[in-house]
Ligand binder design. Structure first.
Ligand SMILES: [Zn+2]
Length: 299
């Protein structure tokens, strides 16, 4: 499942390859990926065909493309979704679900969409094997789709409010890992990044928000950003390629993990074997020496 850095890689690719183009010849090849567009596939195509893509934005793991109509195409990649930019003649992917032709837009005075007609013509393709992800049109959603307005900004967002984050964490009587995964407090931090950041900060995930000092919370936020930034660099190798690609795996997951998935392996700081514990139907990994469990447990 793509985590936030992978989704940011996709956003940057969209910014580079899709913004400034007009969507034409929109084809919905399977109804499931547009199921959240309640007016149906034909309406989805009607609202997007001929529209100019003016930006590529992200909130947490959601992406949206503001259109010149004031609407937006809202996208979530789910477990296996990909947004690819392909030459128009490239063979269809096996799990191709939605296809948008991309017209070059003249930068001249007419502000009319002009199909270049020459060899550089490209398509934006939504490919999704398992189809947990999808696309919809958010009416008047160009600034911020109402469907995702409840999602907090993520720590890589320049407008992320650090002071508000510290204050929110200190009001929560739950464990810091649970707080990190709460999308209404901070978005985009998945299980892997939470474990990695907590290891760097030497905090056990059960430490209560109310018991953390502001300096510890700020340090943790720093570490969240460091971990995500490292992953972004690893994923960044695909920026310049034609492909706007995500498959939930970046090199980061293989090479740079210090805690997540490292059960039994020596902590790279102190040599103590990393421990795995059950956490909300998933697993948590921590170093029992660097990240001691809080002594006093309160409900
Ligand atoms: Zn350790």
């Amino acid at each position: 499942m793509p985590e936030l850095p992978e989704v940011e890689v996709v956003r940057r690719g969209l910014e580079r390859h899709v913004v400034g183009h007009r969507l034409d010849e929109v084809s919905v090849l399977h109804p499931r990926p547009v199921r959240r567009h309640l007016a149906g596939a034909d309406d989805f195509a009607a609202r997007t065909t001929g529209r100019l893509v003016v930006d590529a934005l992200r909130r947490g793991k959601y992406l949206w493309l503001p259109l010149d109509s004031g609407d937006a195409v809202l996208a979530h990649l789910g477990m296996s979704g990909q947004l690819l930019v392909q030459p128009a003649g490239a063979p269809d992917e096996r799990h191709l679900r939605v296809r948008f032709g991309l017209s070059e837009v003249s930068t001249g005075s007419t502000d009319r969409g002009v199909s270049t007609g020459w060899t550089g013509r490209q398509e934006l393709r939504f490919v999704d094997q398992r189809m947990f992800g999808g696309l919809s049109v958010s009416p008047e959603g160009a600034d911020l789709p109402s469907e995702i307005a409840h999602i907090a900004r993520d720590p890589m967002d320049p407008l992320f409010d650090e002071d508000a984050f510290v204050a929110k964490v200190r009001r929560r009587g739950s464990g810091i890992k649970r707080i990190l995964l709460d999308q209404t407090v901070i978005s985009g931090v998945g299980n892997i990044y939470a474990d990695e950041a907590l290891w760097r900060s030497r905090l056990h995930g059960d430490r209560l928000g109310t018991k953390l000092r502001p300096v510890e919370i700020r340090r943790l936020l720093w570490d969240v950003r460091e971990v995500m930034g490292a992953a972004l660099l690893e994923g960044g190798t695909s920026f310049d390629a034609l492909y706007v690609n995500v498959n939930g795996q970046s090199g980061y997951f293989d090479r740079s993990l210090q805690a997540y998935g490292q059960e039994g392996l020596p902590c790279r700081r102190c040599g103590t074997p990393i421990v795995r514990t059950a956490f909300m139907n998933r697993s948590s990994y921590h170093c029992p020496r660097c990240q001691p469990r809080p002594r006093v447990r309160r409900a």
